[in-house]
Structures are given as structure tokens and as C-alpha cells.
Design a protein around this ligand. Structure first.
Ligand code: DGL
Length: 284
């Protein structure tokens, strides 16, 4: 096997602070059924949303090095908070090993700019993501005049990560976060946290059915396919389903239970991992 053929047999690594990135993995498993995937949920350090850029960079660095050590052909940051602070750092670190990094944020900005009817775009995201200005920058780069209304939703990812029941309190939370978006009469809303599609129906009901919700899953799956093709890293048509596995940093049983519900596919055994094993340099 040539080194490139050998690399193409490695899994695609996807990571998030918890179960939110499963909304991205779900689309990838459907769109690229022959590829192998490994998913890491950093549940020990959930939530990422209130963390500083320095902390997020430290976590991103640690996870990136860990995944590279385990062996991967491509890394997907399926967490907006982590992407908003640490994408460039992850690209730099993984680039040294010849591994590309694909992330959320830019793909949703592209879709929103393309589909918004009146150019009034809302963004619902964690404090870390909103404060980074990452969506404002990504939307400003879309060559279209857009009015952007951003809303921080500090508690929504945590409620989702805790799991069901999605009761009236969650619905009320959805209403209150959507209120400024409704006042701004947005026609398109980016769900700027990979946890949020899990309460997509509640948000859609509150915002009204004419508002278009943008999520990252489809776009990431399409980007992955392109990157694999361009770099000759497709697993090849082996005519069978690829394997997928799960790692977490705190509570495998809990991850498995929640993950099975959210992924809508079997999760199997979840491996508890120690990220510090791969070491981290340069960040506190
Ligand atoms: N899914 C993460 C994000 O996209 C989760 C948020 C959190 O950990 O607070 O931002």
C-alpha cells in the first residue's frame, strides 16, 4: 500500500464538547456511508459556550493532537464555540501532519446568504461564538448586503446536553431566545451551535414556518466529500458500510444513552479517553 492509500483507510475524526456534534455526524454517516468515523465528545469539559478563547484554544489543541495520535485522515470541528476560537490553531497543528481540518460556521454563513430572501439573517449561538464575531465576519464575506441579528443563548446547549424531557420550560426558553429574532423580522436563522438542531422543531414553531433554519450537517458532509475527492482520500468503493465509534472524556454510559437518542442510529460501546495523554503545548 502506498502512504496515500494507507492514509485513506484511516477514519474521519469529528469532535464537539458533547452530543451536539452528532447532528453533524448523522449527516456524514448518511452521505458518506462507506467512510469510517470516530466521534469524540469532550463531556468532561462541557459546556464550551461560556469559555474564553484561550481555554477553547487549549482544548482544541489537546483534542487535535489526541486525534492525530490515534490516526485520522481528516478532522471535523463539529462545535461552533470551538471553531470560533480554535479553527486556525487546529489547521496549523493538523497541517504539520498533512491532515486537513473542516469546521462549522463558514458553511452556514454561505447557505444563509444564498437562501435569505430579504437579507435579514438571525444567528442563535453560544456566548463564546457570538463574542468571537466569527459569524459577523463570515457573513460579511458573502458579497451580499445582510442585516444580521445575533442572539446569545447561554443555557440552551446545556438543557439539550442534559437530555429529555424537552418540556414546556425548554419551549419557553426557545420562545425567549427567539423573541429578538422575531422583532428583527429575520427570514433566515443560523442555528449557530451544533446542539440546537436537536430542538429545531421548537425553534421553527416559535419563529414561524416561513423562517428558514440553517444547520451545518449537510454542508459539512458535502465539504467532506469534496475534500476527500480532491485529496484522493476516499475510502474506495468497498461496497460495505464503514465503521463508526465513539470516545468521550467523562461518562460513557450517559454518552451512550443520550447519543443513541440523538444520533438515531446505534452507538455501541463508548470508550473513555484521557486527552492529556497526547500532551498540549503553548496554552494554559
Ligand atoms: N455544540 C457546541 C457548539 O456548537 C456546544 C456548546 C457548548 O459546549 O456550550 O457551540
Amino acid at each position: 500500500m502506498t502512504p496515500s492509500e494507507e492514509k485513506s483507510t484511516l477514519p474521519i475524526a469529528v469532535f464537539d464538547s458533547g452530543v451536539g456534534g452528532l447532528t453533524v455526524l448523522h449527516e456524514c454517516l448518511v452521505s458518506l456511508p462507506e467512510e469510517d468515523f470516530v466521534y469524540l465528545g469532550d463531556d468532561a469539559r462541557f459546556p464550551y459556550g461560556p469559555r474564553s478563547p484561550e481555554e477553547l484554544c487549549s482544548h482544541v489543541e489537546e483534542i487535535t493532537r489526541f486525534l492525530l495520535d490515534r490516526g485520522t485522515k481528516l478532522i471535523v470541528i463539529a462545535c461552533n464555540s470551538a471553531s470560533s476560537a480554535g479553527l486556525e490553531l487546529a489547521q496549523e497543528i493538523a497541517g504539520e501532519s498533512g491532515v486537513e481540518v473542516v469546521a462549522v460556521i463558514e458553511p452556514e454563513a454561505e447557505i444563509a446568504a444564498a437562501i435569505s430572501e430579504h437579507g435579514r439573517v438571525g444567528v442563535l449561538a453560544t456566548p463564546a461564538t457570538v463574542e468571537s464575531g466569527a459569524y459577523l465576519r463570515a457573513l460579511a464575506g458573502q458579497h451580499r448586503a445582510l442585516t444580521v441579528t445575533e442572539v446569545e443563548a447561554p443555557d440552551l446547549a446545556a438543557v439539550i446536553q442534559r437530555g429529555f424531557p424537552f418540556d414546556e420550560n425548554v419551549m419557553e426558553m426557545a420562545r425567549s431566545y427567539c423573541a429578538p429574532l422575531k422583532r428583527a423580522r429575520v427570514d433566515t436563522v443560523i442555528l449557530g451551535c451544533t446542539h440546537y438542531p436537536l430542538v429545531g422543531p421548537m425553534l421553527q414553531r416559535t419563529l414561524g414556518r416561513d423562517v428558514r433554519l440553517v444547520t451545518a450537517g449537510h454542508a459539512i458532509a458535502a465539504t467532506l466529500q469534496r475534500r476527500l475527492e480532491v485529496n484522493g482520500l476516499e475510502t474506495g468503493h468497498r461496497g460495505e458500510e464503514g465503521a463508526y465509534s465513539f470516545l468521550c472524556t467523562e461518562d460513557p454510559a450517559r454518552f451512550r444513552e443520550l447519543g443513541t437518542r440523538f444520533l438515531q442510529m446505534p452507538v455501541g460501546e463508548v470508550e473513555l479517553v484521557d486527552l492529556r495523554a497526547a500532551g498540549s503545548r503553548g496554552y494554559p
